[in-house]
Design a protein around this ligand. Structure first.
Ligand code: THU
Length: 136
């Protein structure tokens, strides 16, 4: 699938808007994420920190909740920005979250350019392994 420049710009703007709502009293590092869904919806999220630092919710967690709460679907294009609107990369755990809901073809806007999820998380562990284990 090809994503137009205009769509990427709109996704970055939505991610920026989400970033402005981030709750980051501990890191002071706000993050906003936005994605296009295969039915044309957009979803977004911001990071929400906690006094128990490890309980912090990344922006991608909020985005995935927004996706599922809004009726589900597959993520097709994803972007993530910081305070200055600079592109960020999803952390390791969030790559796994994105894989679950976008799979190998999800397009991820990285600082170095747009890459498919299969590059961003090679040799990913996905739901098919659960089935293979169960039938082995
Ligand atoms: N963070 C995200 O929201 N997403 C990422 O993929 C990277 C890290 C947040 C978590 C924490 O609130 C702050 O950035 C600093 O790590």
């Amino acid at each position: 699938m090809t994503i137009s420049d205009g769509t990427w710009t709109a996704l970055r703007a939505l991610a920026y808007e989400a970033m402005e709502r981030a709750y980051v009293p501990y890191s002071d590092f706000p993050v906003g994420a936005a994605a296009l869904v295969d039915d044309g919806r957009t979803v977004s999220g911001c990071n929400v920190e906690n006094a128990g630092y490890g309980v912090t919710l990344c922006a991608e967690c909020g985005l995935v909740s927004d996706l599922v709460r809004g009726g589900g679907g597959r993520l097709v294009a994803f972007t993530c920005v910081g305070r200055r609107g600079q592109l960020l990369v999803p952390c390791g755990r969030c790559r796994q979250l994105l894989w679950e809901h976008g799979g190998p073809d999800l397009l991820v806007e990285m600082p170095g350019g747009v890459r498919p999820m299969s590059d961003v998380l090679p040799d990913a562990f996905g739901p098919e392994y659960l089935t293979r284990e169960a039938t082995a």
